[in-house]
Design a protein around this ligand. Structure first.
Ligand code: TEU
Length: 539
């Protein structure tokens, strides 16, 4: 028995549906493919899986541009396929988390089309503005100098409506007007729809971008230049003081939390949780959880480790861990550790293969929830494929098909080609092969998810239940303890040199339960009261 709620100490796994498993040979992953691989998730110790968007979409931003929020994209399958997937997941004890994109829709969404035509109530469903007249040229210009995340102006002129609309992302992704009560109603209806189909939680997309500054007279302030680049078209040309992290943002999370809690009260079952995506400071994220008056998301994602590069050191890991723990653990007793995702270079490429294994160990030994991006559990690397089609994305290298085995298309698809090419390293780097290698990345991941269950439920939240520290520039240590159990200790050497440690403890002999890379074997005794050696990149 434990009082730990499922989301607090989950082993969370992100699936990018296009690239996980293709069941029908069209070269694009789908829901039936995912369903067929749920036993794999179970096998490797995953407890909850988050699916990037699976809704009807023209795929300008690979599903983050939604046409219909309650319809399955035909490429991915049908509603029956979805129901079967949820049923299978629940049978296996896995939670299903859907991506929820409330900041914007596709411009092909019916609501945007109605808004263009100013139809019944949809007039201000999106953010429209006449723009300004430039006093020098007499020409019409956008309402403000804002640039979109993917560069270029964040305002696009619509001929039909004869107004500009605002889009933080692509011009094919118009922002909802979250000041409109009707938008709120629609969004709640979408959540309800999926809850009724058994969904356990939502990953909320792009929270820092919910609101933009707007004066009472309806005008929008210009952003000040950041001084970071001379390219006036670049997103980084400006500081985003009016387009990011506005004080209204968390109010929406508070509203949804009330709704989700009420839903649980009425329908029973486990907590319907919210995971929030936000590249924001811990003080901002803290208010997302609880600002003293309201409660919001349970789990704002911690992207600190996503900033690690091949210069990663134990000291750096400590600073990044402290940054989170000093605020989020101290105030709320929550933590999560995202090591990779679909918007960032893969850990094996970004941090290096061996250090990526070390980060897997650390992310699972720290208290809280671990978040692993599909393929990172086998150490998949970025693959720079030549871009031969229209909607190539700068993030394609980290989105290539899952490498299941050494057969055609890495076992991902029986088709002639795949939507992105399979990484050429698939014959040696795949699930099937790593199953048979004792210290493979996959087996390290599996061992850690198992160990995480043991240590998390025994010492989670208990006073003195854990500590972590950089013992030196390169050696990171985590200790997990609880009354009447063994002590677990992680030692990780981030450096390319052998390191030694003298007299770490005067206690007893310890045993190696897991080792990433060294002559140490499972079950070996180590006497930590004496000098011990760590090989380069050994954890
Ligand atoms: O990303 C939101 C977000 O904050 C992005 O700006 C992110 O920093 C960027 O993609 C990094 O390159 C979410 C999704 O994760 C992303 O895939 C979508 O493109 C975006 O929303 C728009 O919906």
């Amino acid at each position: 028995a434990s009082d730990v709620d499922w989301w607090e100490s989950a082993t969370l796994y992100q699936i990018y549906p296009r690239s996980f498993m293709d069941s029908d040979g069209d070269g694009v992953g789908d829901l039936n493919g995912i369903t067929s691989r749920l036993p794999f998730l179970k096998e490797i110790g995953v407890t909850a899986t988050w699916l990037s968007p699976i809704y009807e979409s023209p795929m300008a931003d690979m599903g983050y541009d939604i046409i219909n929020f309650t319809k399955i994209e035909p490429l991915f399958g049908t509603m029956e396929d979805f129901d079967a997937m949820v049923a299978k997941a629940h049978e296996l004890g896995l939670k299903i988390i859907l991506d929820f994109v409330p900041n914007h829709s596709s411009d092909e969404c019916e609501w945007f089309q109605k808004s263009i035509r100013r139809e019944d109530g949809y007039d201000d469903f999106y953010i429209w503005d006449d723009g300004k007249i430039d006093p020098q040229t007499g020409e019409r210009v956008p309402p403000s100098n804002w640039n979109s995340e993917f560069n270029g102006p964040a305002w696009t002129w619509n001929e039909q409506r004869q107004q500009y609309y605002f889009h933080w992302f692509l011009s094919k992704q118009p922002d909802f007007n979250l000041r409109s009560p009707m938008v709120h109603q629609h969004l709640i209806e979408i959540m309800k729809f999926w809850l009724e189909r058994g969904v356990d939680a939502f990953r909320i997309d792009a929270v820092p971008h919910f609101f933009e500054k707007r004066f009472d007279n309806g005008t929008y302030p210009d952003e000040p230049p950041s001084g970071m680049t001379n390219d006036t078209n670049s997103n980084r040309y400006y500081d985003h003081i009016y387009t990011k992290d506005q004080p209204e943002n968390p109010t929406i999370l508070y509203e949804w939390r009330e709704f989700l809690d009420e839903y649980q009260r009425q329908h029973g079952g486990d907590t319907r949780a919210m995971v929030a995506e936000a590249y924001a400071s811990v003080n901002i994220l803290s208010d997302y959880i609880n600002n003293g008056t309201h409660v919001g998301t349970q789990l704002p994602m911690n992207f600190n480790f996503v900033f690690l590069r091949n210069t990663a050191s134990a000291r750096m890991v400590q600073l990044l861990a402290d940054n989170w723990m000093n605020v989020m653990w101290t105030k709320h007793k929550v933590a999560n550790w995202v090591v990779g995702n679909h918007d960032n270079s893969r850990p094996a490429t970004r941090i290096g293969e061996q250090r990526a294994d070390m980060m897997t160990i650390i992310a699972h030994a720290m208290p809280g929830t671990s978040v692993t991006y599909y393929g990172d559990e086998i150490g998949m690397t970025d693959y720079d494929a030549e871009c031969t089609w229209a909607s190539c994305d700068f993030r394609d290298p980290e989105r290539t098909p899952m490498q299941w085995d050494s057969t055609t298309n890495a076992g991902f698809s029986k088709g002639n080609s795949t939507w992105l090419p399979v990484n050429s390293n698939y014959k040696t780097l795949n699930v099937q092969r790593q199953r048979g290698i004792a210290r493979s990345t996959l087996n390290i991941y599996k061992a850690m998810t198992a160990l995480k269950k043991t240590i998390a439920f025994k010492s989670f939240k208990e006073e003195g239940g854990f500590s972590y520290e950089a013992l030196s520039e390169q050696v990171f240590q985590i200790i997990r303890t609880a009354p009447n159990i063994e002590e677990y200790r992680v030692l990780a050497n981030f450096g390319g040199q052998m390191e030694y440690l003298d007299g770490l403890t005067n206690k007893t002999m310890e045993y190696v339960v897991l080792n990433s890379y060294s002559p140490h074997r499972y079950g070996d005794k180590v006497d930590l009261s004496k000098r011990i050696y760590l090989m380069p990149y050994e954890a």
